[in-house]
Design a protein around this ligand. Structure first.
Ligand SMILES: C[S@@+](CC[C@H](N)C(=O)[O-])C[C@H]1O[C@@H](n2cnc3c(N)ncnc32)[C@H](O)[C@@H]1O
Length: 201
């Protein structure tokens, strides 16, 4: 199983939302790509934070495309059902846990993400090393703790693919330790020195 957990690096996700919302105001479809989503903890955390900030009505316009190479072949099932053991959910603030999860009817100590969030997170098995952009109109690409697995040349090609996947002015967010290669400095502008958050130029 990939290493990940709910509410991991909330600070960066909050910053991404702060940057994203003014840019997508009035849009009828807001497309977000979580590349390397593992078994769903990150896209569902982002969905919770976004739903809290946007409110129910505007959140209806959100689509979160969650993709992973998934060598275990289990992520699709986990993400579409949104069923997690309670032990995995304890980092979620209690008010949000009560609001966005419901007790599973038959499985003990197991909870399910509510339908309103599940319906917004769509999983697809996809290898970033295919370098094929899935779309060209994402408002945000989140790719955290994934590129460290790739070599420098592969990283550049993946980041170029993210560039093609974003709409003009779209955002890219990575983990704090993932720096943008110099070769791409004319494609992305750094938004804050203390965050690996970029705007497509
Ligand atoms: C450490 S997890 C990160 C999960 C989540 N993004 C986070 O930060 O918590 C790394 C994920 O990257 C995925 N991954 C690695 N190489 C990949 C590739 N070439 N294409 C798509 N996903 C990949 C792994 O399968 C794994 O689920």
């Amino acid at each position: 199983m990939a290493f990940t957990y709910f509410f991991r690096d909330k600070q960066t996700l909050d910053y991404a939302i702060e940057q994203l919302l003014p840019r997508v105001s009035g849009k009828s479809k807001i497309k977000i790509w979580d590349a390397g989503c593992a078994s769903g903890q990150e896209p569902y955390t982002f969905a919770i934070l976004l739903a809290e900030k946007m409110g129910k009505f505007s959140f209806k316009n959100v689509e979160i495309h969650a993709t992973d190479v998934d060598i275990s072949n289990q992520f699709g099932e986990l993400i579409s059902t949104g069923i997690y053991p309670y032990a995995e959910l304890q980092r979620i603030p209690e008010d949000l846990f009560l609001k966005y999860f419901q007790k599973h009817e038959t499985l003990t100590d197991t909870f399910q993400v509510i339908y309103e969030l599940r319906s917004k997170v769509k999983y697809k098995r996809e290898d970033l090393l295919s370098f094929v952009p899935t779309s060209n109109d994402f408002s945000l690409v989140i790719c955290k703790n994934v590129l460290l697995h790739q070599n420098y040349e592969q990283r550049i090609k993946i980041l170029e693919m993210f560039y093609s996947s974003l709409s003009t002015g779209g955002l890219l967010v990575m983990e704090q330790t993932q720096k943008l290669p110099d070769e791409l400095s004319e494609k992305f502008e750094l938004l804050a020195v203390n965050a690996q958050a970029y705007r497509k130029i």
